[in-house]
Design a protein around this ligand. Structure first.
Ligand SMILES: *Cc1c(COP(=O)(O)O)cnc(C)c1O
Length: 394
């Protein structure tokens, strides 16, 4: 009996690259009584969830649903449905998630072309244009907020270039959606997917996706079957659409949770939410700069919801993260791949993005760095953050 005690986690303050903190209302929704997945009451919840998702994506696309699976399932859905064997796909790679897209393209039989960008910098739109001019592609795929580097990619110029050369644009908005404007229709994105555990502040498990008219046409004109049965959007569409054809059993309680997290976003309003992410990111940025730390991502293109902080020479990455976790219950992320040991990844996502967390992290970081023998002026980080808040009228 005692070998298997009940789960007694007292929680953490989640300031890593996801999952982010979850509002108690969302946890309550998870525990609501289960309904049959074809129950009319549940179907009403599904429809409202679809409406709210389209609202967050800022799109009129009717084809907007959550895929049952994490953000990577969204990525796979966004590629596998639109690639037929031999189709040329141009993937922009300047971080781990671009690399993952490239891997998926090859697995679905696409002819992969990669733009290799530097990690920590954006993909320059001119480079995309040059490549498409030299060899046209059916699809251009790009990550909006590269969670491995903290870079926020400008999308509009890339969308214009892609369409000028007859390609459709697939965008990874896993980290950006709900934290900064994605604006699917205005930007003219053909396929855009996300995940629930970043700025939507819901547990991991669903991947919202939206499909625009150009992409829907492409899908309808396919000559071969979609290689994945589970992620075939045509079938998923008839499950989520009017027909209600059984495809797979929707994860009922996860959809309750997503619905509740979208209701919370709706109450806040999108523009206010974007401003909130910017404000706390500026405060945290000022704080870490005042402590003598350097930001990793290219200036002017830093994602507000994920800050990559360069680890100073001689400081032990893991020891700092352990210190924060054991003294402050605070989680931040380490670097991935080539950036392991070189950066910390600090998330300011959704419910986790607030001034208490910013101040707590700056206090914790100060203690952790002092414990490592790095000279930090006591209180400098918090004072700088406070200046930003004061200037904003907080
Ligand atoms: C987290 C993330 C993913 C993958 O999502 P999972 O939920 O871990 O499968 C994909 N792209 C980006 C940009 C991400 O941040």
């Amino acid at each position: 009996m005692n070998d298997y005690p009940e789960i007694t986690t007292y929680g953490r303050i989640l300031m890593g690259p996801g999952p982010s903190g979850v509002h108690p209302r969302v946890l309550r929704a998870l525990g609501a009584p289960i309904l049959g997945h074809l129950d009319p009451e549940f179907i009403t919840i599904m429809n409202r969830t679809k409406d709210l998702l389209a609202w967050v994506f800022e799109t009129k696309n009717e084809f907007t649903i959550p895929i049952s699976g994490t953000g990577s399932a969204g990525m796979e859905t966004a590629l596998v449905n639109f690639i037929e064997p031999g189709d040329r796909v141009l993937v922009c790679v300047n971080g781990l998630f671009g690399t993952r897209m490239a891997d998926i393209v090859e697995r679905c039989g696409g002819e992969l072309e990669v733009i290799e960008g530097e990690w920590g910098k954006i993909i320059e739109p001119d480079v995309v244009e040059k490549r498409l001019k030299a060899r046209p592609a059916k699809i251009v795929a790009i990550v909006h907020a590269e969670t491995s580097t903290g870079v926020l990619q400008p999308l509009e110029p890339v969308a214009q270039i892609a369409h000028r050369y007859g390609a459709m644009l697939v965008v990874d908005a896993v980290t950006s959606l709900g934290g900064t404007a994605v604006r699917v229709d205005e930007t003219d994105i053909d396929v855009c997917y996300s995940g629930t555990q970043k700025c939507l502040s819901c547990p991991p498990g669903l991947a919202p996706i939206t499909v625009g008219p150009r992409a829907a046409q492409r899908l309808a004109a396919r000559k071969s079957k979609v290689q994945s049965w589970y992620l075939d959007l045509t079938m998923l569409h008839s499950y989520w659409g009017r027909e209600r054809f059984y495809h797979h059993t929707a994860p009922v309680n996860m959809i309750y949770a997503l619905y509740e997290s979208l209701r919370i976003i709706h109450e806040e309003g999108l523009e206010r939410r974007y401003e909130r992410h910017l404000l706390h990111s500026r405060a945290l940025g000022a704080g870490v700069a005042a402590m003598g730390l350097r930001l990793f991502a290219q200036e002017g293109y830093r994602a507000p919801m994920l800050m990559a902080v360069a680890i100073p020479e001689g400081v032990d990455d893991a020891a700092v993260r352990r210190y924060l976790l054991s003294n402050y219950r605070l989680e931040i992320g380490g670097g991935l791949g080539p950036l392991k040991g070189r950066i910390w990844r600090v998330g300011l996502m959704g419910h986790s993005c607030n001034s208490e967390n910013v101040v707590l992290l700056l206090a914790g970081l100060e203690g952790a760095l002092a414990a490592q023998g790095m000279p930090v002026q006591p209180g400098a980080g918090i004072a700088a953050a406070r200046e930003v808040y004061k200037a904003s009228g907080m």
